[in-house]
Design a protein around this ligand. Structure first.
Ligand SMILES: Nc1ncnc2c1ncn2[C@@H]1O[C@H](COP(=O)(O)OP(=O)(O)OP(=O)(O)O)[C@@H](O)[C@H]1O
Ligand SMILES: [Mg+2]
Length: 362
């Protein structure tokens, strides 16, 4: 008989929301919806890239998946087990399957502990081994991440940034995780070190089938490492889909703007693609715009955008998009929106061909 859980994705995040209470004007406590109704799945050995401007809710999503921040609402299922309802004790056990690697490995490495002690602490959480075996396992982990075992008795401050990141990854691997949330894990490294760490992550994925939730500002890195990408804007996923779809044929105006600075592989399409500059700042998350939160910066705003939050709808190309252009307006992806029809311009200027969001201008 087949186990019904086998058909479930290894990680299933549904309607995940995190609301902080922050101090607003007049010292009043106001809600800040950092993450709203985020849903995604991850299969073993798969990488989901998470992109979006600073403050869009990427880190909060990563932390809420691991319950390092308590979700306000929603569900996180790991191999069919609901994490949001687990007791602290159960969660501690489960957490071994889920690790996080941060931008600054100092935050995960105790500066007063040698590498051997730091790795031993992690190994002992997972395996009941004697002293000699623990040291041997720590040596193997250092080998795995490409650092010699002669480094075992050194302290974190004696390493370069790239080496520290390798140690942080070794520590995450010590508990044989199934999921690693990489939050800007390679952002602070120079390009050649970045490449080495990415190769290391890919090799570990091939060998161990680790799934990555990969958060990064660097779109080239995200494109390289991801199988699928989710684009966040002000706490919501506005577009999600296979990496090539997102980069070659973005459907949401925000994705298009975010990626317009990123060169695409097809030179003809690259030449024809128009650069669109994102206007203005990310709105105040404690007072987000009504309807579609992106509308205040969108060159295509039309009548329903101010009043109705668009649903995340599935497109024929396999992407999911949250934009009224796709549920009630002229189609953007697949064919170029040149000028919106007059009745759909609302009280804003029409998009001229200069500022058109063009995704397919071959
Ligand atoms: N502990 C907290 N208390 C209150 N607000 C918070 C807290 N952590 C994050 N926020 C707010 O939640 C929103 C999302 O923050 P988050 O750190 O998830 O963004 P991000 O996408 O990771 O940004 P960056 O790219 O700069 O790391 C921001 O408006 C931020 O100010
Ligand atoms: Mg962040």
């Amino acid at each position: 008989m087949t186990n019904p859980r086998e058909s479930e994705p290894f990680l299933q995040v549904s309607d995940l929301s995190v609301t902080f209470r922050v101090t607003g004007s007049g010292f009043r406590r106001v809600p800040l919806h950092a993450v709203s109704d985020v849903s995604f799945t991850l299969q073993p050995g798969e990488t989901l890239g998470l992109v979006g401007e600073s403050g869009s809710g990427k880190s909060t999503t990563g932390r809420a998946v691991l319950r390092l921040i308590e979700p306000t609402h929603g569900s996180v299922r790991l191999r069919g087990e609901e994490l949001t309802e687990m007791s602290r004790k159960e969660l501690r056990r489960k957490r071994q399957a889920m690790q996080m690697v941060f931008q600054d490995p100092y935050s995960s490495l105790d500066p007063s502990m040698t590498i051997a002690d730091s790795l031993a602490e992690a190994i002992k959480q997972h395996e009941d081994l004697g002293r000699t075996d623990v040291r041997e396992r720590a040596s193997e982990l250092l080998d795995e991440v490409g650092l010699g075992r002669h480094h075992l008795d050194r302290y974190p401050y004696e390493f370069s940034g790239g080496q520290r990141q390798r140690i942080a990854i070794a520590r995450a691997l010590a508990v044989r995780p199934e999921l690693i949330v990489c939050d800007e894990a390679v952002s602070a490294l120079d390009v050649s070190t970045q490449n080495q760490i990415i190769k290391l992550l890919e090799r570990l994925q091939d060998q161990e089938g680790v799934g990555y939730l990969f958060i990064a500002h660097d779109l080239a890195v995200v494109r390289h490492i991801s199988d699928r990408v989710a684009v966040m804007y002000l706490g919501r996923v506005v577009e999600q889909g296979p990496v090539e779809q997102i980069f070659e044929r973005p459907m949401h105006p925000y994705t298009n703007v975010l990626l317009s600075a990123h060169p695409i592989a097809n030179p003809a399409r690259q030449r024809g693609r128009e650069r669109t500059v994102l206007r203005g700042e990310l709105p105040d998350p404690t007072a987000p715009p009504s309807g579609c939160a992106f509308r205040t910066r969108c060159p295509h705003e039309f009548e329903p955008c101010a009043t109705e939050l668009p649903d995340l709808v599935e497109m024929p190309n396999g992407s999911f998009v949250r934009c009224h252009l796709h549920d009630q307006g002229p189609v953007l992806g697949g064919s170029t929106v040149r000028v919106l029809p007059p009745e759909s311009r609302g009280d804003r200027r029409a998009a001229t061909s200069d500022e058109t969001v063009s995704t397919d201008a071959e």
